[in-house]
Design a protein around this ligand. Structure first.
Ligand code: AMP
Length: 296
């Protein structure tokens, strides 16, 4: 019997700066292949991997970028301690079918200094933008760079960061970037908690309590769609109830819990097909966000 040694797991190609990235992209383009980009900050979980799998149906080649972007972190936030695990990420990207991992350095992204130079506009002022001033300018600035460096046909973003998705759609339209932005649904744990790199900050006890976030939003989204709750006063009452439920469950701060429309993020005065409920709240060492469409 001819026993073969196990094959080493294939690793995807790595580009460490924009020149290397563009060389790969040029080779693929000359072969007539289309390019998809999955921007991430690494510490990959199944939510990120679902983005890689989804974009494979939209493009011949998939680039996954990993860059922990300092300009989207505020003073006192977790930039320094944000989880970094590039070795493990490479294996996961290979298994999910990514072709190239882009690992730019700070100087590649911000050669003229680490500051945001693209405004997210009014979409970046509400919700997470109100509690994290400048956050979405940082997101817009880094994603614009990634898109210009890679020039993909399509880029994918998770609805987990729904406000970010809208900011990026707006930014690409304003800058006339020739890229199609697509969205992926939120991947959740069995108890409903949305997967997030920051979930690892939760203690075992807080991890159990954290399920109250998705459970509360699910309940409020269902009730907001019923005729009895479908006016501004009722929606405000549901928001207040939801905030209290999170505090009762062990969250220590609720930054917001709002019904808003899913395009312009304006406060909803009645629920329609576009309405979503959005929340950000702190439990233990983690600030968690989640959102859901109103279901009725
Ligand atoms: P991050 O690494 O946190 O910047 O996330 C990179 C991308 O993965 C963003 O487009 C996120 O919206 C997306 N993402 C993060 N968590 C999830 C999730 N649980 N389900 C789907 N997409 C996600």
């Amino acid at each position: 019997m001819n026993i073969q040694p196990p094959k080493p797991a294939a690793t995807p190609a790595i580009a460490r700066d924009a020149v290397e990235l563009q060389a790969h992209v040029a080779t693929w383009r000359s072969a007539g292949q289309s390019i998809g980009l999955v921007p991430t900050m690494g510490a990959l979980h199944d939510g990120h991997l679902s983005l890689i799998r989804a974009i494979k149906g939209e493009a011949d080649r998939v680039v996954v970028s990993i860059f922990v972007n300092p300009t989207q972190f505020g003073p006192g936030e977790d930039f320094k301690t944000y989880p970094r695990d590039t070795e493990a990420d490479l294996g996961k990207i290979t298994a999910a079918g990514g072709d190239l991992v882009y690992l730019p350095g700070l100087g590649d992204m911000y050669p003229d200094g680490v500051t945001s130079d693209i405004s997210a506009g009014p979409l970046g002022d509400v919700m997470c933008g109100a509690s994290r001033p400048g956050h979405f300018d940082g997101v817009a600035s880094v994603v614009a760079r990634l898109l210009r460096q890679c020039l993909p046909d399509v880029a994918i973003f998770g609805e987990k960061d729904y406000q970010q998705l809208l900011v990026i759609r707006h930014m690409t339209a304003t800058l006339n970037l020739p890229v199609r932005i697509i969205a992926a649904p939120i991947l959740r744990q069995p108890d409903g908690l949305a997967l997030s790199s920051r979930n690892r900050y939760l203690s075992a006890e807080d991890r159990v309590s954290a399920a109250a976030l998705s459970a509360t939003l699910r309940d409020l989204a269902a009730r907001a769609g019923t005729p009895a709750s479908n006016d501004g006063a009722s929606l405000r009452a549901l928001e207040a109830e939801g905030r209290q439920r999170l505090l009762d469950a062990g969250f220590t701060r609720v930054d917001y819990l709002d019904f808003r429309d899913g395009n312009r993020l304006e406060r909803a005065e009645q629920a329609s097909g576009d309405t979503r409920v959005f929340a950000a709240a702190v439990i233990g060492g983690a600030r968690l966000i989640d959102n859901m469409a109103v279901t009725a």
